[in-house]
Design a protein. Sequence first.
Length: 118
Amino acid sequence: MRHLLLIAITAITAITALGGLTPAQAAPAWPAFAPAATAPAPQPDERRVTFAVEGMTCGHCATSLAAGLRRVEGVLDARVALDERRAQVRYDAQRVTVERLIEAVEELGYRVELESEG
Ligand SMILES: [Cu+2]
């Protein structure tokens, strides 16, 4: 009976030594994720809007209105046609709203109405 017990213990010890995992092997490997870069920038939601603008009297008005619109955060481009009394704005809807653009035109001293979007 003692011999059997001894044999059993020896066998278990041998199995553990040969087949058992060392702590290093048992420890889970670090997940192979790529290092986290900075958060990706959201995709711009590019849109166009056209405004009817009243109050421009000369080329300087049109130039300064276009420049003022381009300074608004989220505006990608602005073109103003004095003869048509129109301002066309290309903007990122993630960063600016049409309401904000209207405010900006009014702050520059002109009356403005939304003409078309898209
Ligand atoms: Cu002017």
